[in-house]
Design a protein around this ligand. Structure first.
Ligand code: SF4
Length: 253
């Protein structure tokens, strides 16, 4: 009995050591991955570049909460994490998006890009822009619809999901605040839809702004090999420019 007791204690001791070792390895792995995640976010913040995008997407998606906490701890704006995830998905899905014909794509713009005096009405198909000219949405609508995109101005909530279910587009372009676009692009990618996202330059839910050049580039990505037309960018930007000169892209003569 005494020998068995000794053997039992010996086995229990070994198990405790093994578990402690595994726990230590897990803690070290966690610390290494979180540190690598924070470093890649800081590199992205400086250079707008992402190395090994697939692995970075995996690590940051898995450890998003601790990475954000560390960013807050070091007083860094954690919006950059959302922007980085959007950029990674943009690069991972750009080829599939490019190969999808315009007529099978849908674009979703947020209602906060509208003028505060927007006369458009809310309908079951979103906010129906009447192209009144008080903001750039009307111009973007004309361009997207001329290419045969499905075009929506999102009133909020589960609207995007509902329209995707109804119209079955084969690729999605979404605009919104960084958190919204990150979540939307992740959701669409998870159901196998090639997706592209554009984050707002200025968010805040009312009278927001977007980088028009980037938006038009992503709309035209694919079928046309042409560079984005700067005259077109200028024309659309002008609709927002009176209030926010930063979005105006001046043509270099
Ligand atoms: S152009 Fe802008 S302000 Fe005018 S109806 Fe369309 S969304 Fe509203």
């Amino acid at each position: 009995m005494q020998i068995l007791g000794f053997e039992g204690a010996y086995v229990a001791g070994i198990l405790i050591v093994v578990f402690a070792f595994i726990a230590l390895l897990a803690v070290i792995l966690f610390a290494v991955l979180v540190t690598a995640g924070v470093i890649s976010v800081l590199i992205f913040r400086k250079t707008r570049r992402v190395f090994i995008p697939r692995a970075t997407l995996f690590v940051i998606s898995l450890l998003e909460a601790p990475i954000r906490h560390l960013m807050w701890f070091f007083k860094r704006d954690d919006k950059i994490v959302d922007q980085m995830l959007v950029q990674i998905r943009n690069s991972l899905y750009s080829e599939a998006y490019r190969k999808t014909v315009y007529s099978k794509r849908a674009i979703f713009l947020p209602q906060c890009l509208r003028s505060p005096n927007c006369p458009a009405k809310l309908t079951p198909e979103g906010i129906k822009c009447v192209e009144c000219g008080q903001c750039g949405i009307g111009e973007v609508k004309k361009i997207a619809e001329s290419l045969r995109y499905l075009f929506f101005v999102v009133p909020g909530g589960s609207f995007v999901k509902r329209m995707v279910k109804k119209y079955n587009p084969e690729a999605i372009l979404g605009v919104g605040c960084p958190m919204e676009v990150k979540e939307g692009t992740a959701m669409m990618a998870s159901v196998g839809l090639p997706v592209q996202g554009v984050t707002l330059l200025k968010d805040g839910c009312v009278d927001t702004r977007v980088n028009v050049k980037e938006l038009l580039e992503r709309i035209r990505l694919g079928e046309s090999k042409k560079e984005v037309d700067l005259e077109e960018v200028e024309k659309v930007s002008k609709k927002w420019v009176e209030k926010e000169p930063a979005v105006f892209v001046k043509i270099k003569k």
